[in-house]
Design a protein around this ligand. Structure first.
Ligand code: ADP
Ligand code: MG
Length: 308
């Protein structure tokens, strides 16, 4: 029987958990839980892993700004760096888990760039939180825009919509050849077309939105968005929180409009899952990194109800 294709989008914030400093040791430790589940799932499904880079790319940007001894690197290059660093951490964790489980599985990390539109309104309004969390007082002293998020105050950068994933054909070929593919890291390196060539721009694309685009372009069956909360919650941060176990695309659009799911965090996850289902994907689930397998079997998270 033909294996279904499962796309798992891992949150950059799930690699560095709330309250952690974000050391490499912490990130390797945090990866074990989702990666062990993904290793087991690879026996039943073809797998694509995408991942975020919010905390990591923000930290790299701060490192640039702290050092005057060498030339500073632009954000597009830092996004590329996070594809390498997180791709390496995912690969080496996968390697250990496959070894321990006695599974033979090829895998590969692909540098991915993603076309954006230079006229995208997202270039005018920084919305994507990156780097460390600040107190309100600290946020007033830093020399860049910040915004209040559910986690605290964070630096924000511009975040245009993904138009197309350049390496979509290569990714499909790798999947068809039974590779587990790690790609679109940090939302992909944002590039704009200039005639027949591309050049990078300083922005960070949301990894959930690019995952939905990739899913559409390569034909994914099941889309799992794994983050640091159990799913989409109504009344998030209040005493009346309610975890939504299922959501239709119309309900999702309504709750988005009502402001239950803010931009730059839960908003793009809801929108990504909604787009995936509208494009006739079979199942989309937003879940916690601890419950990826349960979400695949229908026992955890917020499931988007199929309407095609
Ligand atoms: P990731 O790195 O996984 O993409 P994000 O920080 O972008 O993580 O998005 C997940 C965060 O969204 C949660 O940690 C939570 O603080 C925030 N959030 C905001 N609104 C909601 C909501 N309504 N339901 C659940 N989580 C929410
Ligand atoms: Mg996010």
């Amino acid at each position: 029987m033909k294996k279904e294709t499962l796309l798992i989008a891992l949150g950059g914030n799930a690699l560095i958990r709330k309250g952690q400093e974000g050391t490499v040791e912490e990130q390797f430790e945090n990866l074990k839980l989702p990666i062990r589940q993904i290793a087991r799932l690879s026996e039943k499904y073809k797998i694509i892993i995408t991942h975020g880079n919010g905390p990591q790319v923000g930290n790299l940007l701060l490192q640039q700004e702290c050092c005057n001894a060498v030339p500073k690197l632009p954000l597009e290059i830092l996004v590329a760096q996070t594809q390498g660093q997180i791709g390496y951490m995912i690969e080496s964790t996968l390697d250990s888990e496959f070894m321990e489980l006695g599974i033979t599985q090829y895998f590969i990390t692909l540098i991915t760039y993603v076309v954006v539109d230079e006229h995208d309104p997202g270039f005018r309004n920084p919305s994507k939180p990156i780097g460390p969390v600040y107190t309100e007082e600290e946020s007033k002293t830093v020399p860049y825009p910040t915004r209040k998020t559910a986690k605290g105050f964070r630096r924000v950068v511009v975040s245009p919509e993904p138009v197309t994933v350049i390496e979509k054909n290569e990714i499909r070929k790798l999947i068809d050849s039974d590779f587990l593919v790690i790609c679109c890291g940090g939302g992909g390196i944002p590039v704009i077309r200039e005639g027949r060539s591309f050049h990078g721009v300083d922005a960070v694309i949301d990894k959930d939105l690019v995952s939905a685009k990739l899913a559409e372009e390569v034909g994914v069956d099941i889309f799992i968005i794994a983050t640091d909360v159990p799913g989409a919650i109504l009344g998030y941060g209040t005493s009346e929180e309610k975890l939504l176990r299922s959501l239709t695309v119309d309900e999702a659009a309504l709750y988005l409009k009502q402001g239950h799911f803010p931009p730059g965090s839960m908003g793009p996850k809801i929108e990504a899952a909604r787009r995936f289902i509208l494009n006739c994907g079979k199942r989309a689930v937003i879940t916690s990194v601890d419950a990826i397998e349960d979400a695949v079997s229908g026992n955890a998270g917020t499931e988007f109800v199929r309407q095609c």
